[in-house]
Design a protein. Structure first.
Length: 167
């Protein structure tokens, strides 16, 4: 096989299951797109880390619906832990770069620890902790994150019989 053929095989590989389950791929991608649209509608790009975190949640919920991290307990519980840890550590004064980095790191580490011991592991929720500790929490952020995770979990629950793991 020549070089061009190898590159094509590497970069243009089509998932064989796509051919059989293309409707699932399209439906689940559209649902994820709508979910992220809703999130971005409520949060400004000033909260980019939180938006990215919720985008990653949408990926897990719609591309990996059978994953334990896609369960409502994990999605909702993980992000609540992230919100709480981010808020808690944002109360610690951190005006110097070194102290800021330490506080940000602690918020993420404690969020991970708390998710693990409460059986609410949801990797994107660590990003929620980071976003909240970096930008602070406002009522808008609290409502947007809480609303988003409830909506994502509700959509997941309603469509679960029709969702297929795409990974």
């Amino acid at each position: 096989m020549n070089r061009r053929g190898r590159l094509k095989k590497i970069f243009i590989k089509t998932d064989e299951e796509f051919k059989q389950y293309w409707k699932h791929y399209v439906l689940q991608s559209v649902l994820a797109t709508l979910a992220v649209f809703i999130v971005i509608s409520f949060l400004s790009l000033q909260h980019a880390v939180i938006v990215a975190s919720l985008g990653a949640t949408a990926f897990i919920v719609f591309a990996m619906p059978a994953s334990i991290t896609a369960r409502a307990r994990n999605v909702i519980g993980g992000h609540i832990v992230g919100l709480f840890c981010g808020f808690l550590f944002s109360l610690i004064p951190h005006t110097v770069l070194v102290s800021s980095v330490l506080v940000y790191s602690l918020a993420v580490g404690v969020a991970i620890f708390t998710m693990v011991i409460t059986d609410t592991e949801h990797p994107p929720a660590a990003g929620t902790a980071l976003g909240v500790v970096m930008t602070g929490i406002t009522l808008n952020v609290l409502i947007a994150v809480t609303g988003s995770i409830v909506i994502l979990s509700l959509i997941h629950w309603l469509f679960k019989p029709y969702l297929k793991d795409l990974t």
